[in-house]
Design a protein around this ligand. Sequence first.
Ligand SMILES: Cc1ncc(COP(=O)(O)O)c(C=O)c1O
Length: 413
Amino acid sequence: MCDDDTAIPADHEKDLAFGTKLIHSGNHPDEWTYKDVIPPISLSTIYNAESPGVIQNYEYTRCGNPIRSVLEKCLMAMDNAKYALVYSSGMSATMSMVSMLAPGDHILCSSDVYGGTYRLLSIIAKQAGILFDFIDFINTENIVQNIKPNTKLVWFESLSNPLMRVLDVKKVSDVVHRIRTDILVAVDNSFITPYFQKPLNLGVDVIMYSLSKYINGHSDALMGALVTNNKELYDKLYVYQYTCGNVPSSFDCYMVNRGLKTLHVRMEHHMKNAFVVAQFLRSHPKVLKVNYVGFPDHPQRDVINKQFTGYTGLLSFYINGGLKESVKLLESLKLFYITVSFGCYESLAALPTKMTHASLTDEQKYSIGIYENLVRLSIGLEYVQDLIDDLNQALEASGAKDKTNTTGSINVY
Ligand SMILES: Cc1ncc(COP(=O)(O)O)c(C=O)c1O
């Protein structure tokens, strides 16, 4: 449970650097009987009251428990925010935001959001009578024209997957709030993390994180979070959470709290590795195009310079081939695991058309640049030359042709 009092950081924590906050914020050994330096997992679902109706801190774990509070306090510190709530998954956090709306309310959503978010709106929210539009947010004039009198929530991702397009978080927030201040602007910041971007400072009302990605970083816990400075929203979300019970387990809170202690160190290394891999791929004869935010000629370079303090380990590329060559490439990789998700210490490779975006129609896929020759990588923390050697041998084995030997057109967005 994080009420107003617990949301205020201890005096000595206020001005600490990000990495120091990660390690110390929310972690107060004096809170525990044995002064544990590593906060203990509280597995009890019930807490003894001093007297009937006189609750000391916790009563029943659905409403809050000690290790969950530790994690929430650390998340608040990471974004310099007043409130944070953690959930049993990123989707559960997103669903909680959608549940703040009533039938007839409207959500304006960026067209290239995570496939699960797309599914949540187009199936579940629709069943609940909530209206929505998916539009391209790159041109913010498009947003202005699509806000309706019943629009209550604007949802987008600061970095799009898998094409690595960047949205101007400040401009989106300003444009929406200039039309109406009561529209909630929410950003899914799972890709960039609070280490590289602080969206509340750029004007959004609420940040959603899939903690299952970079913040935990170890692919061993599924969790999500909502982080905000808006007390009214926080209060509503908290009532919704303890009523509906979409809470994480204590064990997962412990795991994520443990994983995030090294976020700053991991992100620096992800960034360094991805930069080297992106450059290697860009110069490879079998690669047509690499999408990567760290390139100086990225189309949204001015926004990146203003709003990011670094780049993540994500990139995607088009090979000079079709489905057969892409599949062979992935199957030939020895160090990269073929799987969904991202943000962990091990490197991952995915074929969006068959994996993350398989539920879209071909027309929908092509409209957002997802062709059969697009491969996405989440670059991990391995020794980078090993990753390059692996990619090199897999590209050779894929059967993709060198660019200079190709006739006819192959899809690139
Ligand atoms: C950008 C993004 N947002 C949200 C989610 C959902 O998070 P979770 O898997 O923790 O429910 C994902 C999952 O892949 C994602 O990639």
